[in-house]
Each structure stands twice: as structure tokens, then as C-alpha cells.
Design a protein around this ligand. Structure first.
Ligand code: HEC
Length: 155
């Protein structure tokens, strides 16, 4: 039982940092570019729903975290399946860059491994896979942010 606490602590820290980093960058964004990126009302609305869609990943992540805390494999499964299905959906493909596809593919594979770990009730493995998944969240977000900055500089 004890060995689970060290990775668990790391997990909490990593997840916390992830959320903080994203929030910080969202604030930066509003400061740096007060104008919405969308130029028409319709695309503005699309943007909003994309945001809501992307935020569904947070709810699924919470399910996984709760499942890990309470050793509830069913919750882990639910969250992991949601993330896995999302990563295969049309809506997810906001970007055609090969790197974005690569990050998406990696994420899909990791969440698939998380599903399998939860199905086999392998808690330790599920925890490790969740840590991989959160790193994968950050890697992709960093990449997306990089493209955005490049786009902005190009304008
Ligand atoms: C393959 C790329 C990729 C992966 C992996 C990924 N995301 Fe995202 N995420 C995006 C993109 C693209 C956006 C939208 C950025 C934008 O246009 O604002 C986004 C936005 C978000 C947002 C911000 C929504 C808002 O309020 O604007 C949150 C929160 C988020 N993701 C959480 C997560 C979590 C949690 C994970 C991992 C479990 C994750 N993401 C994994 C690509 C990814």
C-alpha cells in the first residue's frame, strides 16, 4: 500500500501544475490579445463550444483521479473511455498538423492502456498510465500554444 503514496503525491502535484499552467496561459491570452480570434459571430460561437468540448476532458480527468483515490476501477474506466473516445472524434481534430496527429495518437494509445489497466484492476499500472496521460495533456497543449504564438507573430 505504501508504495502507492509516492507516485500518488507526484500525480497530485503534476495534475495541479497542469491545471495552474493552463489557467495562467489562459490569462496571458486574454491580456495579450483582447480581441477574440474569431472574426465572425458564428465562428465565435464555435469557439465557445470548442472550449466547452475541451473542458469535458477535465470532468473525465476528475473521474479518473477519484477512481484512483478510491480504488474504484469503474470510475477510472469511465473517465478513460471518455478521453479515449474524445481523442478519436471529429471535434478533437482542430488541427491538421502531423505533430498534432502524433500527439493525438499517443494520447489515444495511453488512454487505451489506462482502460486495459483498469479493466484488469491493476491499480499501480493505472496510476502510472494516468501520469503518462497528464504529461501527454501538457505536451500537446505546449505544442498548440507554440503554433498559436507562431501564427500570431506571422500576422
Ligand atoms: C492532442 C492534443 C491534446 C491533448 C492530448 C489534450 N488536449 Fe486539451 N486542448 C487541446 C486543444 C487543441 C485545446 C484548445 C485550445 C484552444 O483553442 O483554446 C485544448 C484545450 C484544453 C482546455 C482548455 C479549455 C478552455 O477553457 O479553453 C483544457 C482544460 C484541456 N484542454 C484539458 C486537457 C486535459 C485535462 C488533457 C489530458 C487529460 C488534455 N487537455 C489533453 C489539445 C489537447
Amino acid at each position: 500500500m505504501r508504495r502507492i503514496w509516492i507516485p500518488f503525491g507526484v500525480l497530485v502535484v503534476v495534475t495541479g501544475m497542469a491545471v495552474l499552467a493552463w489557467q495562467a496561459s489562459a490569462e496571458d491570452k486574454t491580456k495579450a490579445s483582447p480581441e477574440p480570434q474569431a472574426s465572425t459571430p458564428e465562428s465565435g460561437r464555435e469557439d465557445l463550444s470548442l472550449k466547452d468540448y475541451m473542458r469535458k476532458k477535465l470532468a473525465a480527468s476528475n473521474q479518473i483521479l477519484e477512481g484512483l483515490c478510491t480504488e474504484d476501477s469503474e470510475l477510472i474506466l469511465q473517465g478513460a473511455r471518455t478521453l479515449n473516445e474524445m481523442s478519436q472524434s471529429e471535434r478533437w481534430r482542430v488541427n491538421n498538423d502531423p505533430m498534432y496527429r502524433q500527439f493525438s495518437g499517443d494520447f489515444r494509445e495511453i488512454t487505451q492502456q489506462l482502460i486495459e489497466a483498469a479493466e484488469q484492476k491493476k491499480q499501480d499500472r493505472a496510476l502510472l498510465k494516468w501520469m503518462d496521460a497528464t504529461m501527454s495533456c501538457m505536451d500537446c497543449h505546449n505544442f498548440v500554444r507554440g503554433i498559436r504564438l507562431a501564427d500570431r507573430d506571422a500576422k
